[in-house]
Design a protein around this ligand. Structure first.
Ligand SMILES: *Cc1c(COP(=O)(O)O)cnc(C)c1O
Length: 471
């Protein structure tokens, strides 16, 4: 180590990391797509005892890259269609590198005025992009789970304070019971945040969903009637993780916000919120600007690196009351936003910077084009696959998700999914939709092209043939 020039050593290892990152991304479109590397081999390479003493940082980095690379999943590449993973736009990766290099604590304005204003601006831009009312409050959190948590924490505050109960001071013991109405096909993390908030999953009333997974709005009045007189949260969903379907949010708001009901409407838009940026697809979320809180994931549809979720709230006082904390050492902020008042975390990375950078580079039209392209490519998947004998498309492809079933058989479907996954050409996950096995295709990466879809369809066709030929 050269104590007289520590800066030079920093730069060396950072430049090396840059070379590794660029080499990886240059090859990501052609490397085998799915998980590879047996756990035992990876553990042998990555594991081992805690080292005793320092070594050269470049050597440490090279060793790390060599050990890890065989087990990296090509989620950044154009033919990974598993879960709803999203890619990472180059501008957002670049901004993420700087987020780490600058190492700002984005908790408070005084710790980084510039990054506080970046977050302020990114929040305002997202609000506008998603067609939400000016002046909604927002917080940048790790993901949609915590965004859902924050929205429901604001709801808990607001609904209980309307009954005269101060939940922040008095907790939930002895408080009026809160009811949470959800659709049958809500995301599992809604139940989790209901647990985290101390409401308990027995507070949940489930409303049936239709064939696409949309909350059946015809069944909502009865559910609201059953919770009448109690503080009630209705959790709607914009973008089902399997089908990509959207709950009829306008109709839900009409019912939940009727003067004699007064429920809080929260929208889990982890997957689907970004379609609100696309003029031709905005009908999917029509009326959603009338909800009380919204959650979304920038690390999915907006294609920024993990981890980045966003909560937005139409009741800034309730949002702040649920999350704010004060300490004498932080002082009072004079001219800026202290981000920690709007999220459950205090110290944290400046995760709004990659969002700001993506929006600054792409603009409204660039985001709309990227989100729309993913949906158009999902339709291309469905259209091509429908022509393959024995293939059934199980959902209406309204956004970026496609569910595929083979020979109307759970075993055939599982076999085709497994064969596609092991081909390395592309990667799609398996799911169960309405009790039947299906292949789940999520198009959510900025870099996917028509050629990638066609190549993936060809891989599926080969997998269908290969698994049929098998004994
Ligand atoms: C992904 C997802 C979540 C959870 O988001 P995380 O980013 O994993 O915390 C919640 N709801 C829906 C609909 C999702 O797709």
């Amino acid at each position: 180590m050269n104590a007289s020039s520590p800066g030079r050593e920093d730069a060396l290892v950072l430049r090396r990391a840059f070379e590794h990152a660029c080499a990886y991304l240059d090859g990501v479109a052609e490397r085998p797509v799915g998980p590879s590397g047996a756990a035992a081999e990876l553990r042998a390479a990555i594991g081992g005892p805690l080292p005793e003493s320092p070594i050269d940082p470049v050597a440490a980095l090279d060793a790390l890259v060599a050990a890890v690379t065989p087990g990296i999943v090509a989620t950044a590449g154009p033919r990974y269609f598993g879960f709803v993973t999203g890619g990472a736009l180059p501008i957002s990766v670049a901004a993420d590198w700087l987020t780490a290099a600058w190492d700002q604590n984005a908790a408070a304005h005084v710790m980084s005025p510039a990054l506080s204003i970046v977050e302020e601006t990114a929040g305002r831009w997202v609000t506008e992009l998603l067609g939400l009312p000016a002046g909604v409050s927002y917080g940048f959190v790790t993901g949609a789970t915590m965004a859902n948590w924050t929205g429901l924490a604001a709801a808990r505050h607001e609904l209980l304070s309307r009954t005269g109960w101060d939940v922040e001071a008095d907790g939930l013991t002895g408080a009026p019971a809160i009811s949470v109405i959800v659709g049958e096909e809500r995301h599992a993390t809604i139940d989790l945040v209901v647990r985290y908030l101390g409401l308990g999953t027995n507070a949940i009333t489930v409303v049936p969903a239709d064939a696409q997974g949309r909350l059946d709005v015809g069944a909502l009045p009865a559910a609201l009637e059953a919770t009448r007189g109690r503080p009630t949260i209705v959790c709607a969903q914009s973008g089902n993780v399997n089908t990509g379907a959207f709950d009829p949010i306008g109709a839900i708001c009409d019912l939940a916000h009727a003067p004699d009901v007064g429920a809080w409407v929260h929208v889990d838009g982890a997957v689907g919120a970004w379609v609100a940026a696309v003029a031709e697809r905005r009908h999917l979320v029509v009326g959603w600007n009338r909800a009380d809180s919204w959650a979304t994931d920038a690390h999915k549809g907006l294609n920024v690196p993990y981890d980045c979720g966003i909560v937005l709230c139409a009741h800034p006082e309730a949002h702040r009351a649920a999350c704010a904390w004060i300490a004498p050492y932080l002082g009072a902020t004079v001219d800026g936003r202290d981000n920690h008042h709007w999220a459950p975390e205090s110290s944290r990375r400046a995760r709004a910077l990659p969002v700001y950078a993506a929006l600054a580079q792409l603009g409204r039209n660039g985001v709309a084009e990227m989100v729309d392209r993913c949906c158009v490519l999902a339709s291309r998947f469905a259209d091509r696959l429908r022509l393959v004998p024995g293939v059934e498309i199980c959902n209406d492809v309204a956004s970026n998700q496609v569910l595929v079933r083979f020979d109307d058989s759970d075993t055939r479907t599982a076999a085709v999914v497994a064969a596609v996954q092991s081909s390395g050409e592309c990667w799609m996950g398996a799911t169960v939709w309405k009790g039947r096995a299906a292949m789940r295709i999520s198009v959510s990466n900025w870099s996917t092209t028509e050629a990638d879809v066609d190549r993936s369809v060809a891989a599926i066709v080969r997998a269908v043939a290969a698994t049929k030929a098998a004994p």
